[in-house]
Design a protein. Structure first.
Lengths: 216, 216
DNA sequence: ACCTGAACACCGTTCAAGT
DNA sequence: ACCTGAACACCGTTCAAGT
């Protein structure tokens, strides 16, 4: 399921021809480069257009305003992360729940870490815009995927899987972001990731229904 | 300990006279009001000055640039939160660790929730500026306070308290922020808070040294 | 000494004029 | 049909002129 883009932030034209796609990619790539090299306050429509090799006017054919550009960039990125989580979830159907949680933490962590500069740039840029819809769509996709996975766990049942799942995702996503923004040394960062996985496992063990709780 | 402000973001003049303090407060209050009523992209130096009843020029006597204004606002807020955490920590010296964790989660949660509109406005505004130093100073204060508290727990010892503490804070702060940005319904929000506290307790139980681990 | 607000440089966005 | 970039409105910041 793709994210639903609110009208006022939608890209102006869908790239149907190969040439347009190349231009669009150039604009995205230029945006990331400017964001990384110059920072958010120097991210100027003119600068992005220059770097992408088009005129400002052309850029405004693809994006109705600067916000839409940042929005689309973020959308692309979140789609990539959601894709990876969905893949992990379907690959881990039926394994013990401790393995599921480890896979989840590691997938999300890896997706954020592999291009950590871009991740950080996007975290900073994301706040410029009204990304509520984007976050909601992303959360929905991930929620669906992880709930489906946890349902197949052979070793546990929960009284309220939905709440447990919501908590788990809030904790994982929130912690990863927090660690990122604090710029901890890489070694400590990895230690915290392992502790996080451990913490999720302890939580799931404790929250799992015992035989005594089982419905007759 | 107060946070250390890097030179390029420091306020231009320290308000030593009562009149100046009133002006400064008016500017801060105006900033919050504009932020809440109009949003970050309409937060204009002119608009803030108008609302505060001073001219732009006067505002630039107190803050060398717009960033410094937002920085100072954030600094004030973080100092308030850190104050409350420090208070909680010294009040809970010597109680069982489960109570410590509950108090910690609840204090942080309450500090963020009580004026959640301001909190959210600041989360959005914070990214505009170089808040690394602010976050580092805040983290340092909180780290010190919670480590000191955990050292007094009568019922547990840890192999690596520093790592456990870092993890715990990253998880609590990150999760609270994530829950905020997702704008969950209030009921669910509270459920997640309770689950978070439960999760922290499970983690601490599991991470605690048993008698078998104890040094001879 | 301190405050004011017109003036300057720059940015987002548009649209008449090009091809 | 599509692209260009000068032009316009507006914002951050300054500083000569006021009190």
């Amino acid at each position: 399921m793709a994210t639903t883009t609110p009208g006022h932030l939608a890209a102006r034209k869908k790239p149907l021809q190969a040439r347009s796609m190349v231009t669009l990619d150039a604009i995205f790539e230029a945006t990331i480069q400017v964001l990384l090299a110059q920072g958010l306050n120097r991210l100027t429509t003119t600068r992005v257009a220059d770097r992408a090799g088009v005129s400002v006017g052309t850029m405004y054919q693809y994006f109705p305003h600067k916000q839409a550009l940042l929005y689309a960039l973020n959308e692309r990125y979140l789609d990539m992360v959601a894709d990876r989580i969905e893949t992990t979830c379907s690959r881990h159907a039926g394994v013990p729940i401790a393995e599921m949680v480890d896979a989840l933490v590691n997938t999300y962590w890896a997706a954020k870490t592999e291009r950590s500069d871009v991740t950080r740039a996007l975290y900073r840029a994301a706040v410029e815009l009204d990304n509520d819809a984007l976050i909601a769509a992303f959360a929905q996709r991930v929620d669906t995927a992880t709930i489906a996975m946890f349902c197949t766990a052979p070793d546990v049942r929960f009284a309220d899987l939905s709440l447990v799942n919501t908590t788990l995702l809030a904790v994982i996503f929130g912690t990863v972001r927090n660690v990122f923004e604090r710029r901890l040394p890489a070694g400590l960062e990895n230690d915290v990731r392992d502790q996080l996985a451990q913490m999720c496992r302890s939580y799931l063990n404790q929250a799992a229904l015992t035989d005594a709780d089982a419905p007759s």
